[in-house]
Design a protein around this ligand. Sequence first.
Ligand SMILES: Nc1ncnc2c1ncn2[C@@H]1O[C@H](COP(=O)(O)OP(=O)(O)O)[C@@H](O)[C@H]1O
Ligand SMILES: [Mg+2]
Length: 282
Amino acid sequence: MKVVLASCAALPEGDGDEDALVAALRRDGVGVTWRPWGEPVDADLVVLRATWDYTEKLDEFLAWCDSVPALANPPRVVRWNTDKAYLVELAARGVPVVPTAVVEPGEDPVFPAGEFVVKPAIGAGSRGAGRFTDHAEARKHLEALGVKALVQPYQSSVDANGETALVFFAGEYSHSFHKGPMLAQGLAESESGLYLEERLRGIEPARRQVELAERVLDVAAELLSLRRADFLYARVDVVEGEDGEPLLLELELTEPTLGFKHTGDEAAARLSTAIRALASRS
Ligand SMILES: Nc1ncnc2c1ncn2[C@@H]1O[C@H](COP(=O)(O)OP(=O)(O)O)[C@@H](O)[C@H]1O
Ligand SMILES: [Mg+2]
């Protein structure tokens, strides 16, 4: 069985978080190799893992996704998930989501009162995300981005509590980790050019966080006419709203960091099992 983990040219073997997964797959007898996305691949299954530079060449990336023999998550999931406007669709179906307005280029938005975030709708690694109170500065940032963007009230709980990332494999809850706040006032600067350096640690989620994450996956699956189990991997990032209830910040079905460095080897073993099951069906 041949499985390819897809990465990007700048980090052809990812950032090390996936080492435990590679080890688990090898232990389970899978021939696993890394390949930067964009190249032709020959494999039973291609798993998107560290493709962090697709945001500036999304069309090319999606065309490559369509071209590979079998992709996890599937191309139409990726097509839907790479545009954060999916948050508005989930909210319309009753999912508690951080209030989100989509702003097309050239549009003049109504900014929320107080602090708010402006970030590209197609974005990853916190690149292009900024935190503002000044409307003129925010407008300047929108113009500089020049692409479809999201405007959200800044969730102040993030300063104290960060966000919780809940990871699922084949629709089953696996583990969680905590991410510290990413945005200082103004515009975020990335050292790697690919992502802002993140501070992660393993965490035990609250039951209502797990319940929200499961609901998010069920509604997303329904929107895509899939079953929750059809998502090989999913990461649901939640923050605490003003009333203390969890809100969805991001549903990552494309290339989420899965936090293997911050959990035991069982998490990697679980994903290996799910990959083998999927590759044998592909
Ligand atoms: N509305 C918000 N309130 C508070 N923090 C936010 C908000 N939106 C984004 N952030 C911060 O910016 C980071 C990146 O934003 P996110 O929506 O997760 O995009 P991505 O991770 O895809 O770049 C988050 O991890 C969080 O720390
Ligand atoms: Mg995020």
